[in-house]
Design a protein. Structure first.
Length: 358
């Protein structure tokens, strides 16, 4: 302790209270994830006062576990409790942000990310001590969560495309589209359904994600989309010249082994009049500025436990999700692009949407 500074007991007490609040909210996050994955929240939509047994029966779950979960939900002010008749009620105003019916507004979907990445804490402790990274194979559940996220899909269709009328018309007539680092392919499969005259290709080096993407395409009966297993580390040399009218990357560049090579390959593959849409986390690259972002602690945590280790695990730079708009534009310029427009949409508070052209 610095003897020149007087210990502020009031400040210390206030900080202790903050830590209590942090622990409670972290615990509630895990309980919210459980409520989503077990279907408890969805089963409670529109119900009136129910006992724990009635709730368990409705969700086809074990009553003892449901009752303990309800304890966390009640003390956490998420579900209301009537002590007189021992019943519970899920307010409609809360259901609007915690059920699958809420679509992109479903915070329970994102709550899953915390326990999903926390599973690898022991391995991450080793990374802190000895360096190195983690394989994508450690994050199967994370892929499932991203596959269920409707934020980017909804924003693309309802916000981005209306701001790019010429692109909408091109997609309707038929163009070639690439998603580089497509993950589970949910965005591409959605677009392939919406624009049957266009042709879509998804590339990713994770076999688990590609299998999910192909299965969804098959289940939907899509014939205008294909998914290929490919490492993009040498995309600067293997990319085809002037092939695609639209290229998309969705929160994937910062995870790459060699992000600059990927961007150079995208430049090479993009037609002269084409559009490159880069969706990436809206960090600034400056911690003091990111403190103004209400999601910053969560974004840094997920970056620390997923984005940085999977990049380093490939021998990459470990840019992290919060690498920031300045560095993103620097990398884009180095790849050869001359024009970048940053778009932000209220339906996607997590990302910047960079519209890039040659």
């Amino acid at each position: 302790m610095d003897n020149n500074n007087q210990f502020d007991a009031s400040r210390a007490e206030q900080f202790a209270g903050t830590l209590v609040d942090t622990l409670n909210k972290a615990s509630l996050t895990m309980m919210i994830s459980l409520g989503h994955r077990t279907g408890l929240f969805d089963s409670l939509v529109g119900t009136q006062l129910l006992t724990s047994q009635q709730i368990a029966d409705k969700a086809n779950l074990n009553e003892r576990y449901v009752r303990e979960w309800l304890g966390a939900m009640t003390t956490g002010s998420i579900i209301e409790y009537n002590d007189e008749n021992k019943t519970y009620k899920f307010p409609d105003e809360h259901a609007a942000f915690l059920t699958r019916q809420a679509g992109a507004d479903n915070f329970a979907l994102f709550a899953q990310m915390i326990p999903a990445v926390a599973k690898n804490e022991d391995d991450l402790v080793n990374c802190f001590k000895n360096g190195g990274g983690l394989s994508y194979d450690k994050f199967h559940q994370f892929f499932h969560i991203m596959n269920d996220d409707l934020t980017v899909i909804g924003t693309f269709s309802n916000q981005f495309l209306p701001s790019m009328n010429h692109l909408t018309e091109k997609l309707k007539k038929g163009i070639s589209v690439l998603d580089a680092g497509c993950g589970t392919g949910s965005l591409l499969n959605h677009l392939a359904t919406e624009f049957p005259n266009s042709r879509f290709t998804g590339l990713d080096f994770t076999d688990f994600a590609i299998e999910l993407a192909r299965k969804e395409a098959q289940d939907k009966g899509l014939t205008n989309v294909e998914f290929e297993l490919k490492d993009l580390s040498d995309f600067d040399t293997t990319a085809s010249d002037n092939k695609y009218d639209l290229i998309i990357t969705n929160d994937s560049i910062h995870d790459q082994h060699k992000p600059k090579n990927v961007l150079k390959g995208i430049y090479k593959s993009l037609k002269v009049d084409g559009v490159y849409l880069m969706v990436d986390i809206n960090g600034t690259g400056h911690v003091h500025k990111d403190a103004e972002n209400p999601f910053a602690p969560s974004l840094y945590a997920i970056s620390c436990m997923h984005c940085v280790p999977v990049s380093i695990g490939q021998g990459g730079e470990g840019l992290g999700a919060m690498w920031g708009e300045e560095k993103i534009k620097e990398y884009i310029a180095d790849a050869g692009f001359s024009s970048v427009e940053t778009k932000r949409f209220p339906t996607d508070p997590f990302n910047n949407w960079f519209v890039i052209s040659k």
